[in-house]
Design a protein around this ligand. Structure first.
Ligand SMILES: [Zn+2]
Length: 411
C-alpha cells in the first residue's frame, strides 16, 4: 500500500460512511406528525405510507451500496485491475483498442451488477407502493437501448480522449476538454429530437383550454414556445413530472400525461411558469457552463496524475497507460467529486427558489404552484422531513416545506 492507495482507500471509505450517516439520520428524522399546511393532500394513513416508502427505499439502498463497496475493494485488493490490464493488453488492440476494452469491461460489469437492483426496485418496491407501470418488456427494452446509446455516444468520445493523450502530450487535456464540451453541447442539441423519443412518445398538446392557457402565459412573458408536448410517462410510473429542453428556436416544454391527469389548468400553467423561470433566469446555460468548467478541471488534474507511477503501483499495475490511469484517477478524484457535487446541488436548490419566485411573480399568485407542488409530493409519497445532511448531499430540490414557505412569504 503506497500513499496513493491509502488516500484512495480513505476517500472511498469516507464517502460511504458519509452516505450511510445521512441515510441513518434521514430515517431518524421521520416523524409521525404531518407538517402543518399539508392537511389537504395527506390524511393520516397516506402520510404513514409516505414514511414507510422512505424507510423501505432507504433500507434497500444499503444493499447495492454494500455490494458495490465490497466488490470494488475485493477486485482491487485481489489484483483484479492488474489482471484486467494484462488480459486486455494480451488482445493486441493497440493503445486505443486496449483502452476501450479495459474501460468497457469495467462499465459493463458495473451496469450488469446494477441490473438486479434496478429490477427489484421497479418490480418489488415501486410495485408494492402502487407506482410501477413498467412492463417486463419495457424494462428490458430500456436496458438494451440504454446500453446501445452508451455505446454509440460514449465509445467515440472515449476513443477520442485516449487518442488525444497518446498524441498531444502536455496539451492533451485541452483537446479532451474541447471535445467533451462539444460532445455535451451536441448531446443537448440532439436529445429532444433523437434520444428522448427512443424512450417516450412525445405528442403535441391537443387544442383546448390547457394549451390556450399555457400559450397565453408564454406570450405574456415573451417566451416563444415552439413545442408544447405531452409525454407518456404513464408507460413506466404513476409519478408525474414536467421538464424543459432545447435552446433558441428548439425550446420545448414537456408535461407528463400523469401530471395533466391530476392537476388543474391553473396549476399546470404555474408548473410551466416554473420551468420557463429556469430558462429566463439563465439556469440552463449556467448549469451547462458549470459542467463544462468541471470537465476542464477534471482533465487538467488527470493530465497531472497520468504520469505518476505511484498511482499505477497502488493498483498493482506495472505499465502506466492512459486507460488505467483514467480509471484510477477517477477513484482518486472521489473527494473532489463529492465536493463539486455538493456545490452543484446547492446551485440547483437556489435555482429552484428562483424559478418558484419567477412563477409567483409572472402568474401573480403563489397558491396554484403551492397546490401543484403539494399534490406532486403527496402523489409520489416523497419525504417531507429530510434530514439537513441528506438534503445537502442528495437533494437537487429544496425540501417542499421550505419551498412552500418561500412561495407564500415571497422571501
Ligand atoms: Zn425546477
Amino acid at each position: 500500500m503506497n500513499a496513493y492507495a491509502l488516500v484512495i482507500l480513505a476517500a472511498i471509505l469516507a464517502q460511504n460512511a458519509l452516505a450511510l450517516a445521512a441515510d441513518l439520520f434521514n430515517l431518524r428524522a421521520l416523524r409521525p406528525e404531518l407538517p402543518a399546511g399539508f392537511e389537504s393532500v395527506y390524511d393520516r394513513e397516506k402520510y404513514a405510507r409516505s414514511q414507510e416508502y422512505t424507510r423501505v427505499r432507504t433500507r434497500f439502498s444499503f444493499v447495492p451500496q454494500a455490494v458495490d463497496l465490497v466488490l470494488l475493494l475485493g477486485f482491487w485488493l485481489l489484483g483484479g485491475f492488474a489482471w484486467l490490464d494484462g488480459w486486455t493488453r494480451g488482445l493486441g488492440g493497440g493503445p486505443i483498442g486496449t483502452g476501450l476494452v479495459f474501460i468497457g469491461v469495467l462499465l459493463l460489469a458495473k451496469s450488469l451488477l446494477d441490473l438486479p437492483f434496478r429490477y427489484y426496485s421497479t418490480f418489488v418496491i415501486e410495485e408494492r407502493f402502487g407506482f410501477n407501470k413498467t412492463t417486463r418488456a419495457t424494462f428490458w427494452a430500456d436496458t438494451v437501448k440504454g446500453l446501445a446509446l452508451a455505446l454509440v455516444l460514449g465509445l467515440p468520445l472515449l476513443a477520442a480522449i485516449l487518442w488525444f493523450f497518446t498524441r498531444f502530450g502536455d496539451a492533451a487535456w485541452l483537446w479532451c476538454w474541447g471535445a467533451t464540451a462539444a460532445f455535451t453541447l451536441f448531446v443537448q442539441f440532439i436529445a429532444p429530437t433523437w434520444i428522448f423519443p427512443l424512450f417516450n412518445k412525445f405528442t403535441p398538446l391537443e387544442e383546448g383550454e390547457l394549451r390556450a392557457a399555457v400559450l397565453a402565459y408564454a406570450r405574456k412573458v415573451g417566451f416563444p414556445l415552439e413545442g408544447l408536448f405531452v409525454i407518456d410517462g404513464s408507460r413506466r410510473s404513476t409519478k408525474a413530472n414536467a421538464f424543459f429542453t432545447g435552446f433558441g428556436k428548439r425550446k420545448r416544454v414537456a408535461l407528463f400525461d400523469t401530471l395533466i391527469a391530476r392537476h388543474s389548468v391553473e396549476e399546470l400553467v404555474a408548473v410551466v411558469a416554473h420551468e420557463i423561470g429556469h430558462y429566463k433566469k439563465g439556469h440552463i446555460l449556467q448549469g451547462l457552463a458549470l459542467s463544462i468548467l468541471q470537465a476542464g478541471v477534471l482533465f487538467w488534474l488527470l493530465s497531472l496524475f497520468l504520469t505518476q507511477p505511484g498511482l499505477f503501483a497502488a493498483f498493482g499495475v506495472a505499465t502506466p497507460s492512459v486507460h488505467a490511469g483514467l480509471v484510477f484517477f477517477l477513484l482518486l478524484y472521489t473527494p473532489l467529486e463529492v465536493l463539486l457535487a455538493l456545490g452543484m446541488q446547492a446551485f440547483s436548490r437556489k435555482n429552484e427558489f428562483e424559478a418558484d419566485a419567477y412563477a409567483r411573480a409572472t402568474t401573480g399568485a403563489a397558491e396554484p404552484l403551492v397546490r401543484a407542488l403539494q399534490r406532486l409530493s403527496a402523489d409520489s409519497l416523497s419525504n417531507l422531513t429530510p434530514h439537513p445532511l441528506y438534503v445537502v448531499l442528495h437533494h437537487s430540490h429544496p425540501p417542499l416545506t421550505e419551498r412552500v414557505r418561500a412561495l407564500r412569504t415571497g422571501a
